[in-house]
Every structure is written in C-alpha cells, then in structure tokens.
Design a protein around this ligand. Structure first.
Ligand code: KG4
Ligand code: ZN
Length: 347
C-alpha cells in the first residue's frame, strides 16, 4: 500500500510518500521545509508556524509526489500527524489531509507524532522492529519505553521537567547560540576539555521507585547557568561548558537506557527524536551496549520532524485496517495509542 503522509506539528512542513509491502516500509519521496523564521525569535512562534504551514503545504505535497515519481491517483491512504504539537500548526495538516481524503475517498489515519519517531529507523533498517527498548528524545519529550510489539508501549520513565532537546536549546541560549542549539552544542563540545567543568548527573545514583527511569534536566541547566555567571571569559569557556553539559546529559541517557535494556531483557535499542541526531550520544550508547544490545538510529533527516516517519507508522496502522473518520481532530495534547505504564498494567 502506498501512503501519502503529512507532518505539520511544529516548525517543519513535510510530506512524504511511503510504500508498505510484505511488512517492510520504504520511503519513495519526501520534502521537508524548515521554517527559518523562528530562528530570530529564539524559539517557535506558534502563529507564524501556522501561517507558514498554510502557505506551503500544497507545494510541499506536490514536491513530495514529484520526488516519489507518482501522482495522487497512485496513493492508497493518507496519514497525518494529529497531535501532540502546536494546535494551529497541526490544524493545517489535519484539515488538508481530511479534505484530500474526502475528495478522493481514500482511507485517512491520524498518527501520534511520537509513534512516528519510533518508526523512523525502520525506513532505513527493516530489522529495527520490536521487541526493543526505545529512548525518545526530542525538543518536547523525553521517554524511555519498552516496546514488546508495535502498538504496545510500556512507559518506563519520562522527564520530570525539561525535555532533553529543550535542555540543549536552553543551554545553547545561555551560551549565545541560535535556536535550535543541539547540533551547535555537539560541535562545540567536540573541541571542549571534559575536565574544565563538572555538572551533576540528575536522578542517576541512589534513585529508587518511580524515579529509577525518570529524567530531570532543569537542575543541570541551572548548573550551567551558574557556571556561565561565574565565568570571566565566556568565549574561552563556551566549548568546555558545552562539553561538560553534553557529557552529563549523555551519561544519564545512556545509563538509564542500558539499565532498562537489561531489565527488560531486550537485544535492541532504538534511539528516536531530534536529539538522536547527536552522534556522540549514539556512539556512547553503542559503546555501552556492546555485548548487550544493538543500537538502531535513523539518519538525521529521519530523526528530526519529517513526514516519512508519520507515513511508516500510518502505513502500519492502515495495513491493520485502522481508519479515522472526518471527525478526526487536531489536538495539542493527545494520548499515545497503546501507551501504558508497567505500574498501571500490574495494578
Ligand atoms: O524531534 P524534533 O525535530 O522536534 C520535536 O518534536 O521536538 O527535535 C528537535 C530537537 C531540538 O531541541 C534540537 O536542539 C535537538 O532536537 N537536536 C539535537 C541535535 N540535533 C537536533 N540535540 C542534540 N544534539 C544534536 N546533534
Ligand atoms: Zn518530533
């Protein structure tokens, strides 16, 4: 089945054509238009995002169809991110998808943005299939999941405050870097001295119960702020601060993911979301997981927000016979289908 997918939940307008045959989904063509306008504001401005989606969604879809070398007549289903995300931004994609589904009579499916991130690695590596443990780290979310099968997501832990990507972006702002700052921090950190500064590893040692797999990045961010305030030469210290921050964040993410992998007895770790573009994180995870598990990470274009991952998740659900009606709604916060916490399951 060939699926046309749309993603407009934040500041990327993206459309893709994917094809699912024999349980394997391949990407046939994709367009991602990143909205640069937000850069000058230091964060995404929701109203500007909606307007930009509205202006570009049609051409972006045409471009993705062209890249895939196919026409609307060859499309068999429509998948669209319907949450979570910015309400006005989501509305553009959902309204567009509903209109096309109505006009063509094609089946329509709303996809949860985070389920999309989980499917991203399958587009390049068809063996990145459950069972696995997943670390989902984006600008808005930080989640550790056990995935026994597609559609069943056991939430092991999430962040108590800032998301991992949000921490990279906020630390970037402290260091005078443009938004989003994750990639710039990674680049600076590569030249930093790991011993110049030392920051806390939040919720890593001596935690029990509900905090065992939980994350917290806000104290780490405050520790960077204090160091910035104390610095007498920020230009000199910036790479070292970036290095110490990244080392702390990565150490926590790797340790918790590895512990979960052992506890759940899984042999595969999937890294997803924009922060999974961080090669230092992927390398550290691979190193720590040696002899325990393989690590699957999609390439950067599929890790940051894109429609191909929405198409992959949507194609799986559409192939299972799932459909949404024209009452499909865009929602800024929406339940992750199939998500439950182990505590809930055992109670
Ligand atoms: O998944 P994504 O594209 O959007 C959301 O759904 O939030 O993730 C964006 C986040 C931003 O916070 C950005 O700074 C971060 O991913 N990011 C990185 C890197 N590349 C992007 N964080 C750390 N290292 C990177 N190389
Ligand atoms: Zn995302």
């Amino acid at each position: 089945m060939r699926v046309l997918a749309l993603e407009t939940s934040c500041d990327e307008t993206s459309a893709a054509v994917v094809r699912r045959e024999g349980g394997v989904t391949t990407l046939e063509g994709m367009t991602i238009l990143s909205q640069d306008v937000h850069r000058i504001f230091g964060g995404v401005v929701p109203e500007l995002a909606s307007r930009a989606h509205l202006a570009t969604v049609g051409p972006v879809v045409d471009d993705a169809l062209r890249a895939a070398g196919c026409t609307m007549a060859e499309i068999e289903g429509i998948a669209v991110t319907n949450g979570p995300g910015l309400m006005g931004a989501l509305l553009v994609g959902v309204t567009w998808a509903k209109t096309v589904a109505w006009r063509t009579g094609l089946p329509l499916l709303g996809v949860h943005h985070l389920e999309g991130h989980l499917f991203a690695p399958t587009l390049e590596d068809p063996t990145a299939e459950p069972p696995f443990v997943a670390l989902l780290v984006s600008g808005g979310h930080t989640m550790l999941l056990d995935v026994p099968q597609w559609g069943e997501y056991r939430l092991l832990g999430e962040t108590r405050d800032d998301a991992a990507g949000e921490a990279f972006d906020k630390v970037g702002a402290l260091l005078g870097l443009d938004y989003p700052a994750g990639a710039a921090i990674e680049k600076l950190a590569a030249t930093g001295d790991p011993k110049r500064f030392s920051f806390p590893r939040p919720l890593l040692k001596g935690v029990t119960g509900a905090d065992h797999y939980a994350f917290s990045f806000s104290g780490l961010k405050t520790a960077v702020l204090r160091a910035v305030q104390k610095s007498d030469d920020l230009v000199r210290d910036t790479p070292h601060l970036a290095r110490a921050f990244q080392d702390a964040a990565i150490e926590v993410m790797v340790a918790k993911t590895l512990q979960a992998t052992r506890d759940c007895d899984r042999q595969l770790i999937v890294l997803g979301g924009g922060v999974a573009c961080n090669r230092t994180l992927a390398t550290a995870m691979r190193h720590a997981a040696e002899g325990v598990a393989r690590v699957a990470v999609a390439s950067p274009r599929l890790n940051t927000d894109n429609a191909a991952m929405i198409g992959a998740a949507g194609a799986w659900r559409l192939a299972n016979g799932e459909r949404h009606g024209f009452d499909l709604e865009a929602r800024d916060s929406i339940a992750f289908p199939g998500l439950h916490s182990p505590a809930e399951a055992s109670s």
